[in-house]
Design a protein around this ligand. Sequence first.
Ligand code: BDR
Ligand code: CA
Length: 309
Amino acid sequence: MKKQKEIKKIPAIINCDPGIDDAIALIMAIKSDLIDVKLITTDLGNVSTEQAGQNTLNILELIGADDIPVACGEGKCLEIERPRVAVHGKTGLGSYVFPKNSRKLLKGDAVDIMYQTIMAEEEKTTLICLSPPTNIAKMLLKYPDAKDKIERLVFMVGSIEQLKRGALPYAEFNVAGDPEASKAILKSKVKLEIVPMEMGHTAYLDWQDVFKTKNMNFVGSVLENLYREYKDRHVKNGIATHDSCAIAYITNPEIFKVEPVKVDIRYYDKLGTGVFVMNFDKTPNALTCTEIDIKKFKKLYFKMLKKCK
Ligand code: BDR
Ligand code: CA
């Protein structure tokens, strides 16, 4: 019999705020043959950290991945609290009612647990951030020795769109939610790879994809139910896929065009709304995706769904 090639999985920690597109991303990461999700931490973003924690447990239960530990963050921005617009329904996962879940969140703060998980791992850990990065910034500030054990930070954040028109870019949610945390991350010099807003707006799911999702299996029918309340106003005829693009970038980098970029955080109004300013002509301090192959991304999405029940 032909011996199957052993695939080495990438040890990863996901910091997120489920969130409907976060839910797809979690499923995609867990169902992938390439990512070993060691820990999920929740941050202040689409909903409170506790609600995001409960939502994460519900998603894990839905796909039978109830052995992955989940820890909540403190729920306070690094320096200044920021207003947030809710676009994922009341609970963060539309109004779908998940069955009662007896699993508990880990005791203790996400920042300490993230650090312990990174240090306990023999290999370097890949951090994946799908929300404002408050927990990650706090961890890097509290435990600077963690940096040497971090392979890279793949961050769904920012926008490149409006730079071309000479104006400041759109205040994407994950940077605007805690710009000081993003600043601390840039300062830490951790290896940063950005998956900006344009990816999830380009590779959105149209209504035909949503229909196919619904009829695929039970998990698909739950996702379709969640999609009914996802209100990303940039996508008029379908569902934005932001956070799952970050997972696709890790598992299938060949479907993206990537360019070196110089990133700075700027504030553009009196409220201190933060944006990522990406400059392609200056000495780079990060990489950013600039294009995505829509067809191949959708293929990955349905491949992930096929692995569910
Ligand atoms: C980001 O904002 C959130 O609402 C989504 O979950 C995603 O992480 C996109 O701007
Ligand atoms: Ca998110």
